[in-house]
Design a protein around this ligand. Structure first.
Ligand code: F0G
Length: 381
């Protein structure tokens, strides 16, 4: 039980809006409560009057937004007596599952596409003691295997098809409204499985005034029943939801599944999104849209954030900013708007891609005063 003001994670903080009871043993690493940082330099440089924020989800305990969902999914798995969790992953889910399983004292099995997950994420899954199963197949194949195995082995699936995942992830929307005092006009996210864009919409809808019992959104939890949180709105506003995909892995742009997704943003190298129907509903209900960004645009946005704002996110995360900047520049997102872009994962997750982008950024000099001084003065000249 937390007393005083120590922050002890999103389940404690939003307990009355999450599916836990008074005796639930909460498995937490202090996730959530991430910074909402207003960008200063980029809006000025592009000459647009826009209030542009990033929600820095890379600052969660394992370095991605997955921790929000994993604290809920593992808490409920443990409560239901499960001894093991299982997921397919492009990396971040496996890192989070491994950490929260370690915390809970249960086993994590993770299925990852061989050679296609960033080094930091692999290190996390391994060091936390997950059983790592590499497959010669992509994430979508792994996901199919997870569903098949789950019906034949005593494991709890902790991919976002587990409804508790979305319940945890909806709290990011709560935090944004709590800080801004209202919903932003636009909320931009990178889209892979489309679980996170769905979770945000669930959160925004719950926080918007509606009647008890009314189903307000693409909520996988209350679906067909009633909204358990109706009548407790805190704002009259909801954002337009905008989802950006990597061009080589953009089923929402093709209007159909993609069998061989390819992108430098390995986190969203997904061709068969699990929350397909829900995400279309989010688009429709919020009046939003999907769009795609090339790998070049994604890497350019990553570089822009690091060099102009001091914010380091992984490539997949930069997709939200790449797309938003394009739509701000074209006027599709009009001046005067308040825009939030979610940066889903930390840049340190994928050091290889970062270093590859910075060729020539390092020089070797003699370990002598003159050599170091020359290098500095030459640079300043
Ligand atoms: N950004 C990052 C950094 C991710 O790791 C993911 C998904 C997404 C965006 C997309 O979120 O799937 O909810 O639309 N990563 C999953 C994983 C698939 O296995 O870590 P989504």
């Amino acid at each position: 039980m937390s007393t005083g003001s120590r922050y002890t994670g999103l389940i404690e903080h939003y307990r009355d809006r999450l599916p836990v009871s008074a005796d639930t043993r909460v498995i937490s690493l202090g996730e959530g409560n991430t910074p909402l940082v207003q960008l200063e330099n980029i809006p000025r440089e592009i000459g647009k009057d826009i209030e542009l924020y990033i929600k820095y989800e890379g600052l969660n305990p394992t370095g991605s937004f997955k921790d929000r969902g994993m604290t809920m999914a593992v808490t409920r798995a443990v409560e239901e007596g499960s001894r093991a969790v299982l997921c397919a992953s492009t990396g971040n889910t496996s890192a989070a599952a491994a950490a929260y399983a370690a915390r809970a004292g249960i086993t994590a099995f993770v299925i990852i596409p061989e050679g296609k997950i960033a080094l930091g994420k692999l290190a996390q899954a391994m060091i936390h003691g997950a059983v790592v199963l590499q497959i010669k197949g992509n994430f979508d194949v792994g996901m199919r295997l997870v569903k098949e195995v789950a019906s034949e082995a005593p494991v709890t699936v902790v991919n976002s098809i587990n409804p508790y995942r979305l319940q945890g992830q909806k709290t990011a929307a709560f935090e944004i409204v709590d800080e801004l005092g209202r919903a932003p006009d636009y909320h931009c996210l990178p889209v892979g499985n489309a679980g996170n864009i769905t979770a945000h919409w669930i959160g925004y809808c719950e926080y918007a005034h509606h009647d008890e019992g009314e189903v307000t959104a693409a909520c996988g939890f209350c679906e067909g029943a009633s909204c358990a949180y109706g009548g407790r709105g805190v704002t009259d506003t909801r954002p337009v939801m905008v989802g950006y995909q990597a061009a080589g892995a953009a089923p929402f742009m093709r209007g159909a599944m993609v069998d061989h997704p390819e992108t430098v943003a390995t986190a969203i190298r997904i061709g068969h999104p699990q929350s397909w129907d829900k995400a279309w509903k989010v688009r429709e209900e919020s009046g939003g849209w999907f769009d795609e960004c090339s790998d070049e645009e994604i890497l350019a946005a990553q570089k822009l954030l690091t060099s102009r704002e001091g914010i380091f996110c992984e490539p997949a995360s930069a997709t939200s900013v790449a797309g938003a900047l394009r739509d701000i520049q074209s006027g599709k997102i009009p001046e005067g708007s308040t825009v939030v872009c979610t940066l889903t994962g930390h840049g340190l997750k994928d050091p290889d891609t970062a270093i590859k982008q910075c060729e020539g950024a390092m020089q070797t000099v003699d370990a002598e005063l003159d050599a170091v001084k020359d290098a500095i003065l030459k640079h300043l000249a």
